[in-house]
Design a protein around this ligand. Structure first.
Ligand code: GAL
Length: 957
């Protein structure tokens, strides 16, 4: 009879017929990979199921095919939908909508003839969100918990030769109420499926306990096994030993994220050899600090969702490795697996390459906040088993990974007894790892005080142990003893985050502040194509979702295709594990090893002296090996400067040898200092007199519009402008949070008009006065341009003065001019090579750089202000037709569209170049901040309207 029982879909039960959770491991027991094309039918809901689809005789030849693993919405079945907090269905637990897209999957496989006797297990690593399984028409059971594994014992249903596996997967289920993470709603069998042989006498489970005593250097190894087994670890001299030991070893090499030493071994039984990887380390919270192997950690972390712009939450091994390598190369040392356990392959890479991991349970019920937490599953006994089951499945699966140093109960699930019980179960099962949950503010059942997006001032108070008291003195006292981490901070949405360096200074100043995890690693944009074939990345709302949260899903340090964004370069610099400080007055170099464990023997130090960015001398520095935490002071090398221009000394720490994650020469840290006066820019000498006729206004090589005083031509170069510009295409941090961009628009900053007050040619040059103001307002800026020239060059003194009230920060104060579209390259001397704004400058060093105009853009998923180069001394904008040189002290952006077009665009492909290059030469900018989620621009980075000057010299090339 057709099995159409679907009661499990709306049942709070985590599943039926499943095996008990256990560790995930590799062994030499046979396995059959069941990934690949499966037969697939998309059903609209539970009323549209295929009776008898599970029967081996069912004819599926007319069905489509769908790859396993995959997310079906990314294969044209249904559409992705993005919400942050809001459930995309009514809150009516455990019921879900009738419109419940359901995938019916079938696959045939042949059991190899030599498949061993014993038991066989069918393992699903990830199915979103709920499924039922049949083998050979026999129902095995059902399961929920999208990102934790589910196993069924299939021994009795498995047949020699041909077998038919049938799986029904439902997009929505009671489990969806526990999976309200801020991400795309995607469905299907999105991780691998395998059949595992469990031969008679094989091992079901084991638990490695490998502790390290930092006071003696002794490692203690104890492996609990589910059955009789022997342990061999050649490098520890263990052969066929009793796993339970305990075995002690003097002088083991401990495991740390900085030096991830693994001992490879084997557990053997009469029928199986199981690979084990052992990392000795002891995690503890003591003296109010989170320590590993006796040392407090400084977490330089990121929150990582699993994401690929083509395949969604299905990741290849190569993509996972790409993430790990990028993180290591950017000085990141920790990952919070927001907000669910990742593929176990990712954790294996963290063990191998070295990353501290906070492994988070697949639990979030954030949407209940919108109904004042009424009915929150965390506090409802009927959901207790579902919550506990998820926690057990993470802990059991991942318990043998040395990289995992903390368990996290989940994210944004309010509070409640179920969370407390999850913590209690975890503590009992694995007392070796502390427990994290941000929602437990008073530390009732967790071991670290964790917060998200606390601003700098509050973080500092916490660092001092002076955070505001609550009404429960006992809990306050308890909390104040806990170490503090920011499990999320520095929201990396669009341009930014600003203010990273200021956080890091606090983390390095207060021991209680043990670092944090930037939100987040990657933009979850979905690759799509515009009609003209160009690729762009889609975000919330692009699939017609009635409820969505727009581009809030694109808030990572890498763009969806894993191109590092400027934010990642900034983070790399801010968290560099070696600090190089140069003191120009004392002529000393101070080098501090900020690693938690590692000495500096893997590094070499180079220096370079530059005059006006031109290399003059270089060499290596002889730095003695510094233990973790140690520092040294060295005298300056002989700089051999010509004494001309602006002199710079740069010192770099780089890898001396190849590491598994980067090659020799890879830069880890740097420091730079100006050693002399800034160079003097070229100044026009002879004073040309401005000449005016009815239709001409000339000054030296320049021609101006006689009516408006606008510069139109310099030598042979046609141009338009420059004119005062106060606008920028609002960044995500301008748009969200306190909505500064709305205030800007209400004030009219995006629609300023210019009134010419004076065009005054005189013996000393030309003076032009304009008044720039929004309609309907008597606030304005007066811009006074004093032009002077000789036969070669033109210089400008701009004075900008506010008139009336300016009760809000200003996006920028500077000039915009338009140049011909054949300009395609820029060379500059100033900060670079990457984008930098006043609160994102750490990674931008002084030097000479060259980029194409196109490469000056940062293609944020939602177009917005980007690409600024900070503190530029000179820039040469060139192309086939010649070019323009600008000298002075300014910020520079160049783009092939206007700020207004940038502002209007929703996706990168909305921007098309016209035959003009728009150049901004700015005196100042408003900072970037991280107000899209967290603190806005710090006061010191706020641009207030005030008298501002800018001095520039222009020459044609
Ligand atoms: C946090 C949440 C994250 C993400 C972030 C904003 O509250 O834990 O999942 O939504 O805000 O991007």
């Amino acid at each position: 009879m057709a099995d159409l029982d679907t009661d499990y879909v709306e049942s709070r039960s985590p599943g039926h017929g499943r095996r008990a959770p256990r560790a995930c491991f590799d062994s030499d027991a046979p396995r059959l990979e069941l990934d690949g094309p499966w037969r697939f039918r998309a059903a609209a809901g539970l009323g549209d199921l295929t009776p008898g689809f599970e029967a081996p005789t069912f004819d599926d030849t007319h069905w489509d095919r769908l790859p396993v693993p995959s997310c079906w919405q990314l294969h044209g079945v249904g559409t992705p939908a993005y919400t942050n907090v809001t459930y995309p269905f009514p809150i009516d637990p455990p019921r879900v909508p009738d419109d419940n897209p359901t995938g019916e999957y079938r696959r045939e496989f042949t059991l190899p003839g030599d498949w061993p006797a014993g038991r066989s297990v069918l393992r699903f690593d990830g199915v979103d969100s709920c499924f039922a399984v049949w083998l050979g028409g026999v129902r095995l059971g059902d399961g929920k918990g999208s990102r934790v594994p589910t196993e069924f014992d299939v021994t009795d249903a498995l047949r020699p030769g041909r077998n038919i596996l049938a799986v029904r997967v439902h997009q929505w289920s009671a489990g969806s109420y526990l999976e309200d993470q801020d991400m795309w709603w995607l469905s299907g069998i999105f991780r691998s499926v395998r059949l595992l042989s469990r031969p008679v006498g094989s091992l079901d489970d084991f638990f490695v306990h490998a502790d390290y005593d930092h006071t003696t250097g002794t490692g203690t190894l104890r492996v609990e096994t589910s059955g009789a087994a022997r342990l061999t670890v050649p490098a520890l001299g263990l052969t066929d030993a009793e796993p339970a030991g305990p075995h002690t070893f003097e002088d083991v090499v401990p495991w740390s994220a900085e030096q991830p030493h693994l001992y490879l071994g084997e557990l053997t039984t009469e029928s199986e050899r199981v690979h084990v990887r052992i990392g000795f380390r002891t995690v503890a919270v003591e003296d109010g600090l989170l320590k590993v192997n006796g040392r407090p950690l400084l977490l330089r972390g990121v929150n990582r969702h699993e994401w690929d712009p083509e395949t969604g939450r299905t990741l290849s091994d190569a993509t996972m490795l790409w993430d790990v390598l990028l993180m290591k190369q950017h000085n990141i040392n920790a990952v919070r697996t927001s907000h669910y356990p990742p593929s176990s392959e990712f954790l294996a890479l963290c063990d191998e390459y070295g990353l501290w991991v906070v492994d988070e349970c697949d639990l979030e019920t954030h949407g209940f906040e919108q109904v004042d937490w009424r009915g929150n599953p965390s506090a409802d006994d009927r959901w207790r088993e579902a919550c506990l089951d998820r926690m057990r499945r993470v802990v059991e699966r991942d318990k043998n990974h040395p990289s995992v140093i903390m368990w996290s109960l989940g994210n944004e699930s309010g509070s409640g007894e179920n969370l407390a019980e999850m913590a209690a179960w975890t503590r009992d099962r694995d007392p070796s790892r502390p427990i994290h949950y941000e929602g437990d503010r008073d530390g009732g059942y967790v071991d670290v005080y964790s917060r998200m997006y606390a601003d700098h001032a509050e973080t500092e108070l916490i660092g001092r142990g002076e955070e505001p008291a609550t009404d429960d003195p006992a809990r306050d006292a308890h909390r104040r003893q806990l170490p503090f981490i920011l499990c999320e901070y520095a929201h990396a949405m669009g341009n930014g985050p600003g203010g990273l360096a200021e956080y890091q200074r606090l983390f390095e100043a207060y021991p209680r502040l043990q670092g944090g995890f930037v939100w987040e690693w990657i933009d979850h944009g979905i690759a799509r194509h515009a009609p003209d074939g160009r690729q762009f990345f889609a975000y919330g709302g692009d699939f017609g979702e009635p409820v969505h949260d727009g581009n809030f899903v694109a808030d990572g340090l890498v763009l969806p295709d894993r191109t590092p964004s400027p934010g990642l370069a900034e983070y790399k610099k801010v968290v560099e594990p070696v600090r190089i400080s140069l003191d120009a007055d004392a002529r000393i170099i101070e080098i501090r090893n900020g690693h938690d464990f590692r000495d500096t023997s893997h590094l070499r130090f180079r220096w370079q002296a530059q005059d006006d960015g031109e290399p003059r001398a270089k060499g290596t520095l002889d730095v003695s090996v510094l233990a973790a935490g140690e520092s040294t002071v060295l005298p300056w090398p002989e700089l051999r400067s010509t004494g001309e221009g602006e002199r710079l000394l740069t010192v770099v720490a780089e890898l001396a040898h190849n590491e598994p994650w980067a090659r020799a020469g890879h830069e880890i840290a740097w420091g730079q200092v100006l050693t002399g006066e800034p160079s003097k820019a070229y100044e026009p000498g002879l004073r040309a007199t401005a000449r005016r006729t009815a239709d001409r206004l000339e000054l030296g090589p320049a021609r101006f519009d006689p009516a408006t005083g606008t510069l139109r031509r310099l030598g042979d170069l046609q141009l338009e402008g420059p004119g005062l510009d106060l606008w920028r295409a609002p960044t995500d941090n301008d748009v969200l949070g306190p909505r500064l961009a709305d205030r800007w628009r209400a004030f009219g900053l995006h629609r300023l008009t210019t009134k010419v007050l004076a065009v005054d040619p005189n013996g000393d040059g030309l003076t032009v006065v304009t008044r720039v103001a929004p309609a309907g307002s008597d606030s304005a800026m007066t811009a006074t341009y004093h032009w002077r020239a000789d036969e070669a060059a033109l210089s400008l003194d701009l004075a900008v003065d506010p008139v009336g009230d300016w009760p809000l920060p200003v996006p920028r104060i500077g000039l915009r001019l338009a140049l011909p579209g054949w300009i395609d390259t820029v060379d500059w001397y100033g900060r670079g090579p990457g984008e930098a704004y006043r609160d994102t400058t750490a990674a931008a060093r002084l030097g000479r750089f060259r980029r194409s105009v196109d490469a000056m853009q940062t293609p944020y998923v939602r177009p917005q202000e980007n690409g600024n180069r900070h503190e530029v001394r000179w820039a040469r904008l060139t192309g086939d037709g010649g070019g323009l040189e600008v000298t002075g002290a300014f910020d520079l952006t160049l783009r092939r569209w206007t700020s207004e077009q940038l502002d209007e665009a929703r996706h990168t492909t909305d921007l098309t170049p016209d035959d003009t290059v728009y150049v901004n030469l700015d005196a100042a900018h408003h900072g970037i901040g991280t107000a899209s989620c967290g603190p806005g621009t710090l006061p010191e980075h706020t641009l207030h309207a005030g008298p501002t000057t800018l001095h520039l010299t222009l020459r044609t090339l």
